[in-house]
Design a protein around this ligand. Structure first.
Ligand code: ADP
Ligand code: MG
Length: 576
């Protein structure tokens, strides 16, 4: 028959394998985490599909992972009785990277091992990490519900090709056998494997089993055969009480669901009771996922209903601007077997989304408060950097929040941090700004520009410097949209200093004196203004005597309701 064939890996897979082996060689043990994580995902999927089709269990609903070590053959086998794969699924999932953003991903690799390991982890090398320790990998699988004749055998030495064959397989699920490389001997030691399982998989909600060591025989008795042991704790972490969970357990769980190599920046674990009951275990990553700015992100928050995994959603469970949040929401208030569409429209889901949004904003407020407090006497460096780190990675997402989430606009606006004429770093909050306003000032002044340098050197700033008025310097692309949605903060108007008539009379210590001088200047300049107006003709709307400048002779100003020149520039770039 023609069921046996040899296929070539997609080019990207070959590249990825090479890269991985070179950048992760000191981190080999993660192969076990990745393969267990896949087995756990497969069990999740089966349990979910079986909620509407019990026959998929084929009489065996004891979902688990079994790990077998064979020292003679130098193999490790990881076997699950999860959903399994059809032949087409094997071709699609094992041997190709069918993911958008692959190019960008390769472009971002730096050659720095630690940095690349982080990126690779996020990208989800997953299955391929088997080749960190194995020079040959054999996988057999059968998808739940398919005939026994539709099993699949896949084998590869990780060198560009793989073999594929249709086989007879009684049990459903997937078994992966790793033929260990010589330098991976350490993993033949059961104790070593057990300690890795504890480290990475205690929180996995399915038992991970291994053969124990045989007990020594008592006198006159026969040696007892070794028993099968469950190695991990196997309870869903979020269902346990906070006081029983160590930081390490929280962090390891994050790495599992967040597909990250690093610890998270912060977590939030709460059981909420009220009209709807649900549990949140949410995390803020330390670094932005590589696809944060791509239209279709791969990962988000996972929804569980009564501890059964339902779906991973990037936008249904939290608003889009919080798409960097990872974690789990579990509720008793949704039916298990309904479609995604119905879920999306359910009031329970809506309430959870609102509640989770509130809690995430609350966590950010706490972090921002801590950072603010530690500015003063008792420097708490950790707290101080947490919010700053968060802002550096995800600040622009929060700006989207101001635009997107009118209901929480005020709260989000308080979390914004900007550069200003007092700080190049984006560390000035609008409240800080208001607290520093000079006498008579009731407006928050800002300027938008292409870069921080351009903003800092704008001639519009001259008069503000002279009067000692702070100006917020906006230089991110999104800031134009931000300011068009954020007109007010704490009862104070936000105003661009490059737009409209700028009335600074009455502000600052020498206000009266300056006002007088201004009136004199306007009078004296009348003939000049007339001449310039005639010379420029239609090119400008109006020529005015200004207090804006102290050194430059003239500057261009947009009308209050016109586009700013920065916005014009952005639109031109976009081809509008
Ligand atoms: P990821 O888990 O991030 O999707 P992996 O490389 O780890 O990436 O796995 C790729 C895909 O292969 C999975 O999404 C899944 O569809 C399939 N897969 C891997 N291992 C298993 C398994 N044990 N059972 C069923 N499907 C699996
Ligand atoms: Mg995986």
């Amino acid at each position: 028959t023609t069921t046996k064939e040899t296929r070539a890996f997609q080019t990207e897979v070959k590249q990825l394998l090479d890269l991985m082996i070179h950048s992760l060689y000191s981190n080999k043990e993660i192969f076990l985490r990745e393969l267990i994580s896949n087995a756990s995902d497969a069990a999740d999927k089966l349990r979910f599909e079986a909620t509407t089709d019990d026959a998929l269990f084929e009489g065996d609903s004891d979902l688990h992972v079994y790990i077998d070590v064979n020292k003679e053959n130098r193999t490790i086998t990881i076997r699950d009785n999860g959903i399994g794969m059809s032949r087409d699924e094997v071709i699609e999932h094992i041997g190709t990277i069918a993911r958008s953003g692959t190019k960008e991903f390769f472009g971002r690799l730096s050659g720095d091992q630690e940095q690349d390991a982080h990126l690779i982890g996020q990208f989800g090398v997953g299955f391929y990490s088997a080749f960190l320790v194995a020079d040959r990998v054999t996988l057999t699988t059968r998808r739940a519900g398919l005939e026994h004749e539709h099993g699949v055998r896949w084998e590869s030495a990780g060198d560009g090709e793989y073999e594929l064959e249709t086989i007879h397989r009684d049990g459903r699920g997937t078994e992966i056998t790793l033929h260990l490389r010589e330098e991976a001997d350490e993993f033949l030691d059961s104790w070593r494997l057990k300690s890795i399982i504890h480290k990475y998989a205690d929180h996995i909600p399915f038992p991970i089993r291994m053969l124990g060591t045989p007990l020594p025989a008592a006198e006159g008795e026969e040696e007892k055969p070794a028993e099968i042991e469950t190695i991990n704790q196997a309870s869903a972490l979020w269902t346990r009480s906070k006081s029983d969970i160590t930081d390490e357990e929280y962090n390891n769980f994050y790495k599992h669901i967040g597909h990250d190599f690093e610890d998270p920046l912060a977590n939030l674990h709460q059981r909420l009771e009220g009209k709807y009951e649900y549990t949140l275990l949410l995390y803020l990553p330390k670094r932005a996922p590589f696809d944060l700015w791509q239209a279709e992100a791969k990962h988000g928050v996972k929804l569980y209903v009564r501890r059964v995994f339902i779906m991973e959603a990037t936008e249904d469970l939290l608003p889009r601007y919080l798409r960097f949040v990872r974690g789990v929401m579990d509720t008793n208030d949704l039916p298990l077997n309904v479609s995604r569409e119905i879920l999306q429209q359910s009031p329970a889901m809506d309430a959870m989304k609102k509640g989770a949004t509130k809690r995430v904003l609350g966590l950010l407020e706490e972090m921002a408060d801590k950072a603010g407090q530690s500015d003063g006497e008792n420097q708490d460096a950790a707290a101080n950097t947490d919010f700053a780190d968060f802002w550096a990675e995800f600040g622009n997402c929060l700006k989207e929040g101001v635009i997107e989430d009118a209901g929480n606009r005020e709260r989000i606006a308080k979390l914004l941090r900007f550069s200003s004429t007092t700080s190049d770093e984006q560390s000035v909050s609008l409240s800080d700004y208001c607290a520093r306003m000079v006498e008579g000032q009731d407006t928050i002044y800002y300027i938008t520009a292409e870069s921080l340098a351009a903003a800092k050197h704008s001639p519009h700033l001259e008069v503000f410097r002279k009067k000692g008025i702070e100006v917020i310097l906006l230089h991110d692309r999104i800031d134009e949209w931000l300011t068009s949605h954020l007109n007010e903060f704490d009862g104070k108007k936000l105003q661009s200093i490059a737009k409209g008539e700028l009335d600074l009379s009455g502000i600052g210590e020498n206000a009266e004196q300056e006002q007088k001088e201004h009136e004199e200047k306007v009078k004296a300049a009348e003939p000049a203004v007339k001449k310039i107006t005639e010379a420029l003709g239609d090119k400008v709307k109006e020529v005015r005597v200004t207090d804006r400048l102290t050194e430059s002779p003239a500057c261009l100003v947009s009308d209050q309701f016109d586009m700013s020149s920065n916005m014009e520039r952005i639109l031109k770039q976009a081809g509008q």
